[in-house]
Design a protein around this ligand. Structure first.
Ligand code: ATP
Ligand code: MG
Length: 403
């Protein structure tokens, strides 16, 4: 692992170089260092520097002060964004959420000491040299999630770290250090004081982790679900999760999964309790609606027509994980979709206006939607061809009911 084949881009290294050329220190920190050492794709690049936010604003022309109280600015450089934070420590967490005071410091090691896990507490300069005071590299090699300093103190300071340990185990498949695990179990009740938004953000990553099976074992072992929204009311749900789970693609899919396992709480209740976005809520609803359709009618054209293509693989995943049905293939759904006579109601060769003109004596009303829906169904299921002559004929034989 000494060999440094980081995937950090030359443009990002240039940002550090520019800061250094102004006589300040600058390092890559956090996830990008960890992931580059693991030769994994890097999501976002965080930079720590001895320069103050004002000094960074003097150096770069495109800077957005996104969190000055924490010493963070966002720098745009060659079409990329970098979060640059002044070296800082955090002192005394009285509310287990936010540090009471942020203190700027001059030594990168002090900044690294406030970070959660040793694998996240390494810094790297643009030459690829590491600052690793807590032996993060050794822990990466040993595939170990270990807190920087005493776990009891670190989890007490910020209980979100308990969830973060789970999420890194789910993303990396690493073992959680024994002492940390004991404290996670003991301090789990303090999770109730953490904002739902922060928990959801981490749990979303947890459920999408490549090594979710490993994360899931820890979730069960630590009984942390007893302190999570809704799950605390039905902790047996976590026991019902199959061991052979594969990663979820979105949090909407996670909600759909739990709802299908046990419909006691509605999708709306789940998404409200977890403070999900409307987008996730709609994904959950859409998936459940179509899984329920599949339960009733199987893999029909009508099902494939209604199911959005972007949801195909989540749908297949749900059938496998909830119903242990592994017969459906993505290729099959794509093939059916391709052969469908229409992809939306708009493609029918008649529309509401046409119907209104055809039945000029009828007032407009819900009958228009009902007739369209019926024709749409017949066309999609191959009982009627999508051409004007045939549809006209059908309407003649099945005139809309009088009001
Ligand atoms: P990802 O690849 O998912 O972004 P990450 O490790 O970069 O993972 P972030 O949430 O982006 O995670 O946080 C960036 C860094 O900030 C972490 O690597 C860690 O050093 C530090 N950090 C984040 N949250 C905490 C926390 N609650 N307590 C202590 N340090 C934290
Ligand atoms: Mg990050």
């Amino acid at each position: 692992m000494n060999e440094n084949k980081s995937k950090i881009s030359p443009a990002a290294k240039e940002v550090l170089k520019i800061i250094e050329s102004h006589q300040f220190q600058a390092y890559f920190v956090g996830g990008c260092v960890r992931d580059s050492l693991l030769k994994k794709d890097i999501t976002d690049i965080d930079i720590a520097t001895s320069a103050s936010p004002e000094e960074i604003m003097d150096i770069f022309s495109a800077v957005i002060p996104i969190g000055l109280e924490h010493g963070t600015v966002l720098v745009r450089h060659q079409q990329e964004s970098y979060e640059i934070t002044t070296f800082r420590t955090e002192s005394t967490y009285s509310n287990q959420r936010h540090p009471d005071k942020v203190v700027f410091v001059t030594d990168i090691k002090e900044d690294l000491a406030r970070r959660d896990f040793t694998i996240n507490a390494m810094a790297m300069n643009y030459r690829g040299e590491l600052v690793d005071p807590f032996f993060g590299q050794t822990d990466l090699q040993q595939r170990l999630i270990r807190t920087v300093r005493q776990p009891e103190e670190r989890f007490q300071e910020d209980a979100l770290r308990i969830i973060r340990a789970l999420r890194f185990s789910s993303q990396l498949g690493f073992t959680i250090d024994k002492a940390a695990l004991i404290e996670m179990k003991r301090l789990a009740p303090s999770l109730e004081q953490i904002s739902v938004e922060r928990i959801t953000q981490e749990m979303e990553k947890f459920f999408q982790g490549d090594a979710i099976q490993s994360g899931l074992q820890y979730l069960k072992e630590t009984k942390i679900a007893c302190f999570l929204p809704i799950l605390k009311k039905s902790p047996q749900l976590v026991e019902q999760i199959p061991e052979k789970l594969t990663p979820f693609q979105s949090f909407g899919e996670v909600i759909a999964f739990f709802y299908l396992l046990d419909p006691t709480y509605s999708i709306a209740a789940w998404t409200k309790a977890w403070k999900c976005s409307n987008k996730e809520k709609n994904v959950a609803k859409h998936l459940v609606e179509n899984v329920e359709r599949w339960l009733q009618e199987g893999r029909t054209n009508w099902l494939v027509y209604n199911l959005e293509e972007a949801c195909f693989s989540m749908f297949i995943h749900l059938l496998a994980d909830v119903y242990n049905n592994r017969t459906l293939r993505l290729q099959e759904l794509l093939y059916i979709k391709e052969k469908l006579p229409i992809l939306s109601r708009k493609e029918l060769c008649i529309d509401g206006k046409w119907l209104q003109n055809h039945f000029i004596e009828k007032k407009s009303g819900p009958w228009i939607g009902q007739v369209l829906q019926e024709i749409e169904y017949l066309v999609v299921t191959g009982q009627l061809n999508n051409n004007l002559l045939e549809i006209k004929e059908w309407i003649q034989c099945h005139p809309p009911e009088s009001d």
